[in-house]
Every structure is written in structure tokens, then in C-alpha cells.
Design a protein around this ligand. Structure first.
Ligand SMILES: Nc1ncnc2c1ncn2[C@@H]1O[C@H](COP(=O)(O)OP(=O)(O)OP(=O)(O)O)[C@@H](O)[C@H]1O
Ligand SMILES: [Mg+2]
Length: 272
């Protein structure tokens, strides 16, 4: 009862209109009942004792129940706890202020930097550009690494995959590309770490800082210690941040994802 009282106090402080109740949990899948105003798909729901457990609506089961995927660990969550619907999808900060910093999937900075409170935020769920908006000419994107430019040139505005076994130098090659992008193209680089070792994020941060390219790049991580829901959504969050630089600032953006297999794996874990 004490827990519920503490929750009610917290709810009174937060402006919310739709409050539901946790009715079932299976690991990171949580079912919540709302009497009316069922939240739509992708809405963020907060629950737990201190409203610190964040969930995303994945499915509407019937008129009153939604099934959610947890983005943060669900320890301490119990049936009967209240859950508040924020009425909004997951949002991520975008803009020139994000340059030079590290983020997690919720847009919190990981480098002890506080973004301004009025920082522009965008939903991570956006439609892709239509075919008519896409460029039809193809142009080579010069990386400055001769073996790549001669043997398998990258296309500007295109996608390329880098395949290789464990420990053969994929991450090192990506950092080299970031370095060249910033030096030669005055563009922006985004690094998105999905499901990789947590120490790699820190190492990359310090490497980029030492190389002096940190001010023209943004890093976002959903590392192997995080829940599948968070690792899956971090890919969308990275794209949203990159789309800002492409569409609003009309800059060249190099988006690197290390690695896409872990993104797919997170998706499989969510669907499982
Ligand atoms: N061109 C290179 N010459 C010498 N050493 C290299 C080169 N590229 C990478 N290495 C070394 O190989 C090691 C593994 O590289 P890296 O971390 O990039 O591998 P990876 O392919 O990303 O591995 P994983 O699949 O485990 O993430 C590093 O210690 C790095 O210093
Ligand atoms: Mg690697």
C-alpha cells in the first residue's frame, strides 16, 4: 500500500490525464489496462514506484488493454501499480546543440552535459521520404581511403554494408571514415552503437576527442547491457537525429551503425 501511496503522490505532481493499471508482466512485456482513452501504438508509458520504468505501447489487445515493451529494466514492477500514458511517442533531441555529445535512446546525455530545457525534440517515428523526393543522380562519396574509393566506391545518399568476422577491424575502419568525413567534407557524422560492448563507446568517445573531430559528430548508444526494446529503438533515434542534419541543415551526414546485426537481433528478441 505504501508503494501505491508514494506513486499517487508522484502522479499528483505530474500533469497526466490517462492513468492505467499494470495487469500482467512477462519479463519485459507488460500489459496495462486503461478504463478509457486507450493509448495509441508507440505511445510512451511510465510506471514503477518512481515512474522510472519506461514502456512503449506495441499492441492494443482489446478496448481496454495494451501490451507494452519495456525500454528500461522492470525490476520492482508489480501488478496493480499505476501507469501513466504520456500521450506522446519517444522523442529525441535534434539540432546543432547535440553535436559533440553522447546520448542514449531517451535522449539523455551520457557525458554529463545538460542540454538546454527548450531543446527541440522530435518523435523517432517518422515516415521515410517518398520516392519523388529522392535524388536520382548518383555521385561517388570519396572517403579518402584509396582501397575503398577505387575498389568499392560508396554512393552519396546510398547505403553500404561492411561485413567481417569478429575482431577483423570493422570498428577501426568506421572510426577512420568518421575522421575523413569531418576533415574533408565539413559534414556531420553520426555514430550509432547497437548491442556492442559498453567500453567501446567510451573508447570511441576519447579517440574522437583526441583526434579533434568530436565537435562535428553525434554519438548514440544502446549497448549490450540494455533491454532489447531500447537496443531496437536506438536505431530509429539515430536516424531521426541524422535526418535533422540532412533535411533542416542540408548537410552531408555519414551515419554509421555498429552493428546492424545486433539491431536485427534486438528486433527478433522483441518479437519473441
Ligand atoms: N588496419 C589495422 N592494422 C592493425 N591493427 C588493426 C587494424 N584494424 C584493426 N586493428 C586491430 O584489430 C583489433 C580489432 O579491431 P576492431 O575492434 O575494429 O574489430 P571489429 O571487427 O569491430 O570486431 P567485433 O566484431 O568484435 O566488433 C583492434 O585491437 C585494432 O587495433
Ligand atoms: Mg566492433
Amino acid at each position: 500500500m505504501g508503494v501505491l501511496n508514494a506513486q499517487t503522490k508522484m502522479l499528483n505532481k505530474t500533469a497526466v490525464d490517462h492513468v492505467g493499471v499494470v495487469v500482467a508482466m512477462h519479463g519485459s512485456v507488460v500489459d496495462i489496462e486503461f478504463v478509457d482513452n486507450l493509448p495509441t501504438i508507440n505511445t510512451v508509458i511510465k510506471t514503477g514506484q518512481g515512474l522510472d520504468i519506461i514502456l512503449e505501447v506495441h499492441m492494443q489487445l482489446n478496448n481496454q488493454r495494451v501490451r507494452c515493451i519495456a525500454l528500461t529494466p522492470t525490476q520492482g514492477l508489480a501488478r496493480g501499480m499505476q501507469a501513466i500514458s504520456t500521450g506522446e511517442p519517444l522523442q529525441i533531441p535534434v539540432g546543432p546543440e547535440t553535436l559533440g555529445h553522447m546520448f542514449d535512446v531517451f535522449g539523455h546525455t551520457l557525458d554529463n552535459y545538460d542540454l538546454p530545457a527548450e531543446q527541440q525534440r522530435r518523435s523517432i517515428h517518422n515516415p521515410p521520404p517518398s520516392l519523388t523526393q529522392r535524388s536520382t543522380t548518383s555521385e561517388v562519396f570519396e572517403t579518402g581511403i584509396k582501397a575503398i574509393d577505387v575498389l568499392l566506391p560508396l554512393e552519396r545518399g546510398g547505403k553500404a554494408g561492411l561485413f567481417g568476422g569478429a575482431g577483423v577491424g570493422k570498428t577501426v575502419l568506421l572510426t577512420e571514415l568518421i575522421h575523413n568525413m569531418v576533415k574533408n567534407h565539413s559534414g556531420v557524422s553520426m555514430f550509432c552503437g547497437i548491442g556492442e560492448r559498453s567500453r567501446e563507446g567510451l573508447e570511441l568517445y576519447h579517440e574522437m576527442k583526441d583526434a579533434g573531430v568530436l565537435d562535428d559528430m553525434v554519438m548514440i548508444f544502446g549497448q549490450m547491457s540494455e533491454l532489447p526494446g531500447a537496443r531496437y529503438r536506438v536505431g530509429h533515434a539515430a536516424l531521426t537525429m541524422a535526418e535533422y542534419f540532412r533535411d533542416d541543415e542540408h548537410k552531408d551526414v555519414l551515419l554509421l551503425i555498429d552493428n546492424v546485426f545486433r539491431f536485427i537481433q534486438a528486433g527478433m528478441e522483441v518479437s519473441g
